[in-house]
Design a protein around this ligand. Structure first.
Ligand SMILES: [Zn+2]
Length: 413
C-alpha cells in the first residue's frame, strides 16, 4: 500500500482500501481469555474491535488483529458439549444422506470438524468421511471416536493436498467456520479443491441482516473476522468458481444462513428472494449499513443507565452466564464489579476465574439462591427461554431478570 496512510490492510476480498467504519467498539481483550486469580495483577492485552465495510464489495470485516493459529491451535470449545448443537448436526446429516443418496462409495469432508460431532452421524450411516480440524487436541478426540481426521488449516494448498490424498468429496461441510478464517480467499479455494465437479458445498454462518436487525453487536469479537450477507458470501465463493444455488435461514446463533454452493449450477428462487430481502433492508449499499452504530450506542446507554440507577438505589445486580459475547458487551459498556458484583456459569472450568478485561468474578449458579439479588443480568440472550425457566425461582424474593439485547428489558420471571 502506498501513501501516508494508515496501517489498515486492504479489503481481504477485493483488495480495495478500507476507509469506512461499520462499528467501532474500542479496545477489548480476547473474549475467551478467562483469567485466574494470580493473573489479576498483571497486564492484559487489548486489541481494537473496529469493524469496517468495503466501499467496493461491501464485505464487513474485522482486521486480523489476532491470527487464527494463535486462537484455534488449542481450542477449548468442544461441540459435543452443547446438546442442541448435537441435535442440529444429527438432523442435517440424516437429511443430506437421504437427499444426496450418500453411501459407501461417497465421501463427506468437513472443515473445522471439531470433535467429530457431525461426521459421526455419517459414519453411523456407513458413509466414508474426512474431518479437517486445526486444533490438535480436538481432532484427537474425533479420531478416538472413529472419525478420520487430519489436523490441518484449510487453504488453497492444503485443500489440493487433501483432495489428492483422500479424493474429492460429494459433500463438503463448513459450519460456523467461514466467518472465522482471516484468509477468506485461500479458504474458499480450499473448499473448491475439496469438492467433486458435481458435488455440493454447504456453509453455515451468522447472517449480518439478523445481527443488525436484532442488535446482536456482542457477537463482534476478535475471532469473528467477517460479517456476511448472502451477497458478500456469494462474492467470496465466486472467487473460487463456486455458485450459490440455494439458501435457507436457520435460528442458530440468533439468525444464520445455510448456503448451498456448487462448482456448477444456477441460483434457485430462494437465493433471489433472500437477496431481495437484503436489498430491501439496505444491505446492498454502504449507506444502508450506517444506522447500526447508533442502535448499538442506544443498547449501551440503556444498560449503563440501568446499572447506575440500580446502584444509586442500593439494589444488587449480578450476572448469569459467562459467554464470549458477554465480554464484548461488558467491555464496551465499561461494566466492572462496581456495577455487576459477579456472574455465574454452569461450566465448572470457569468457576473461580474472572472475565477478561472487566475482572468480574465467575461463581457457581447456586450463589444466586444464597444471595437473593434484586436483578440478574442475562448475558447469553440466545438461551433466553431456557434461562428464564431455570431462574424462575428468583421471583420468590421479588428478583427480576434483565435482558440487554436486542433492547433493555426488565422482566419478572
Ligand atoms: Zn472489498
Amino acid at each position: 500500500m502506498t501513501g501516508a496512510g494508515t496501517a489498515t490492510p486492504p479489503c481481504r476480498l477485493c483488495a480495495a482500501p478500507l476507509t469506512t467504519t461499520f462499528l467501532d467498539l474500542g479496545m477489548s481483550p480476547l473474549c475467551e481469555n478467562f483469567l485466574r486469580a494470580d493473573q489479576l495483577d498483571a497486564g492484559e492485552t487489548f486489541y481494537p474491535l473496529h469493524v469496517r465495510i468495503c466501499d467496493e464489495c461491501l464485505l464487513v470485516q474485522l482486521q486480523a488483529y489476532v491470527g487464527g493459529e494463535e486462537i484455534f491451535s488449542d481450542y477449548a470449545y468442544f461441540s459435543s458439549y452443547s446438546q442442541s448443537w448435537v441435535e442440529h448436526a444429527r438432523g442435517y446429516a440424516h437429511r443430506m444422506v437421504a437427499e444426496l443418496g450418500l453411501g459407501p462409495d461417497s465421501l463427506v469432508t468437513e472443515v473445522a470438524s471439531n470433535d467429530g460431532y457431525l461426521l459421526r452421524h455419517f459414519v453411523d450411516a456407513g458413509v466414508p468421511v474426512l474431518g479437517v480440524e486445526p486444533a490438535a487436541n480436538v481432532g484427537a478426540v474425533a479420531r478416538a471416536a472413529g472419525v478420520r481426521t487430519e489436523t490441518r488449516f484449510l487453504g488453497a494448498q492444503s485443500g489440493a493436498e487433501l483432495a489428492e490424498r483422500y479424493g474429492r468429496a460429494d459433500l463438503v461441510v463448513a459450519n460456523n467456520v467461514y466467518a472465522h478464517i482471516p484468509d477468506l480467499i485461500g479458504f474458499t479455494a480450499g473448499l473448491a479443491a475439496l469438492v467433486k465437479p458435481g458435488g455440493l458445498v454447504t456453509l453455515e454462518f451468522q447472517h449480518l441482516m439478523r445481527l443488525i436487525e436484532r442488535n446482536q453487536y456482542d457477537t463482534v469479537y476478535h475471532e469473528h473476522y467477517h460479517y456476511l450477507t448472502l451477497l458478500t458470501a456469494q462474492r467470496a465463493l465466486a472467487t473460487a468458481g463456486l455458485t450459490v444455488v440455494h439458501v435457507e435461514e436457520l435460528p442458530s446463533h440468533g439468525g444464520s444462513l445455510r448456503v448451498f454452493a456448487r462448482p456448477a449450477g444456477a441460483p434457485e428462487a430462494a437465493v433471489k428472494e433472500l437477496l431481495a430481502a437484503e436489498a430491501a433492508a439496505g444491505l446492498h449499499t454502504v449507506a444502508g449499513h450506517r444506522g447500526f452504530a447508533e442502535s448499538v450506542f442506544q443498547v449501551k446507554r440503556d444498560l449503563v443507565d440501568f446499572l447506575h440507577q440500580a446502584r444509586a438505589e442500593g439494589r444488587r445486580v449480578v450476572g448469569y452466564g459467562a459467554p464470549g459475547k458477554g465480554n464484548t458487551l461488558l467491555n464496551h459498556c465499561a461494566v466492572r464489579a462496581d456495577l455487576l458484583e459477579y456472574t455465574v456459569d454452569r461450566n465448572p472450568h470457569k468457576h473461580g476465574r474472572f472475565l477478561p478485561g472487566t475482572h468480574i468474578p465467575i461463581h457457581h449458579p447456586d450463589r444466586i439462591a444464597a444471595d437473593r439479588p434484586d436483578y440478574v443480568l442475562v448475558l447469553p440472550w440466545n438461551l433466553r427461554k431456557e434461562i428464564s425457566a431455570q431462574l424462575a425461582y428468583i421471583g420468590d424474593w421479588g428478583g427480576r431478570l434483565v435482558f440487554p439485547i436486542p433492547r433493555l428489558e426488565v422482566v419478572t420471571p
